[in-house]
Ligand binder design. Structure first.
Ligand code: SF4
Ligand code: SF4
Ligand code: FES
Length: 255
């Protein structure tokens, strides 16, 4: 069964833009990305949209559909009423390149700032052994498709450009948490305290555990409960641990 849906799609560039109205055909089983493609094919051949897999796995088609950050390829048209106007706009936290395409390079900058896994000394790749429980814990975070919907949603940066230099965002604080939980990560032996750097260099303290990031994650990763809160707890334990306090004091004196 087909029907005609009313769409409002944001058109413009980094200087100006507006929502434009379109009536587009919808067929049974289609998703929002299908409608955007039909719009391109029939009425707006120069409409810019980023996508790749159409299967919820490449993380490219992130946008705001009726104000909610979502993957367009995983948003079924059947969740909307046929008479509803459907608004599609680019992600708000990142600069617009054109139409629905945003410049997400903020995220790549943050990714580069996080030191990678530090392999343990004397253990060759292939000889790593971990408890299944530890594997399972980081496996959840590894499901991330880097759609950056969580980064776009987090109120710390969504309307606060000024916070971007000091806040890595949920996706990358989760990466720090993953590495910090990793039983074979030897960062500390090499002088890198991941908990301290999460607090002092990547803005962990800005997160007030509202869980908005978790709510929009298409991979249903429990970003707040399983990554951010445990990282905050470990960072606080470390700060108030009397032995750590004493060690720091001695180190400062020696310095
Ligand atoms: S839980 Fe923290 S990281 Fe997630 S949206 Fe809220 S403030 Fe941002
Ligand atoms: S954690 Fe979830 S919402 Fe954030 S980038 Fe990864 S898949 Fe997307
Ligand atoms: S097109 Fe790949 S996640 Fe939507």
């Amino acid at each position: 069964m087909s029907y005609t849906a009313h769409f409002r799609v944001w058109r413009g560039d980094d200087k100006s833009g507006e929502l434009r109205d379109f009536d587009v055909e919808v067929n049974e089983g289609e998703v929002v990305l299908d409608i955007i493609h039909r719009l391109q094919a029939t009425q707006a051949s120069d409409l810019a949209v980023r996508w790749n897999c159409k299967a919820g796995k490449c993380g490219s088609c992130s946008a705001e559909v009726n104000g909610r950050p979502r993957l367009m390829c995983m948003t079924r048209m059947s969740v909307f009423d046929e008479s509803e106007t459907i608004t599609v706009a680019p992600m708000r936290a990142f600069p617009v390149v054109r139409d629905l395409v945003t410049d997400v390079s903020f995220n790549y900058t943050k990714a580069r700032e996080i030191p990678s896994f530090a392999p343990p000394a004397g253990v060759a790749p292939g000889e790593y052994r971990m408890m299944q429980e530890d594997v399972g814990r980081s496996q959840e975070f590894r499901k991330c498709i880097e759609c950056f919907l969580c980064q776009n949603t987090c109120h710390v940066v969504r309307d606060h450009e000024e916070n971007k230099p000091v806040f890595a965002g949920p996706r990358f604080l989760m990466r720090i948490a993953e590495l910090d939980m990793h039983p074979l990560d030897a960062a500390e032996e090499r002088g890198l305290d991941r908990k301290r750097s999460a607090q002092e260099e990547h803005g962990l303290g800005y997160c007030n555990i509202t869980k908005c990031c978790t709510e929009v994650c298409p991979e249903h990763i429990k970003i707040t409960d399983n990554a951010l809160i445990p990282l905050k707890e470990r960072a606080a334990d470390r700060k108030y641990d009397p032995l750590v306090w004493l060690g720091n004091k001695i180190r400062r004196r020696e310095g």
